[in-house]
Design a protein around this ligand. Sequence first.
Ligand code: ADE
Length: 225
Amino acid sequence: MRIDIITVLPEMLDGFVNMSILARAQKKGLVEIHVHNLRDYTTDKHRRVDDYPFGGFAGMVMQCQPIDACISALKAERDYDEVIFTTPDGQQFDQPMANALSMKENIIILCGHYKGIDYRIREHLITKEVSIGDFVLTGGELAAAVMADAVVRLVPGVLSDEQSALSDSFQDNLLAAPVYTRPADYKGWRVPDVLLSGHERKIKEWELAQSMERTRRLRPDLLDK
Ligand code: ADE
């Protein structure tokens, strides 16, 4: 899988892309992540990528030309399954969307900034608009990082224990059961006896009951899905 991220703040993503799960996935040759500086694509001699909005509104708007040039250059090299724009008014990012994106071959993520981008880009070049939650960030870089992390860890082979992505919270609309490690007794805080019993069926039943109880208590909305 290949992810191309377009941003005016590449420094913000460099560290993240070259560390964390994304670095491991790239080293294994399973994923390629490329960060593109939008300013490299402007024809403006001062490397500006934004301008004042028509209509006298407040804020600055990212211009069509550099975005179009960058996306066109990428599309000339390969086909893309999705051209995603990160924006608070997009479709809410969730685990099913992460699952679907993890099966794509090539995706572009365009990070929004300033007041927004010229709407014509959204109409003509963007295939999917995505929000990571009902709050407003200063830019789309953190949203792109969140999405890339959630998607890349689902690519087969990225996680060392393949099962572990399947037992994630949300994967079956249930929150995950609690987990414990040694020692079995820490300052009198005891691990549930069933987990020490070695009784596989009972442990599975306990895990499901815990998932159900935590979901009902903490996220009852998930049980309606
Ligand atoms: N850009 C600014 N806020 C955002 C959000 N909540 N999700 C995605 N992109 C954003």
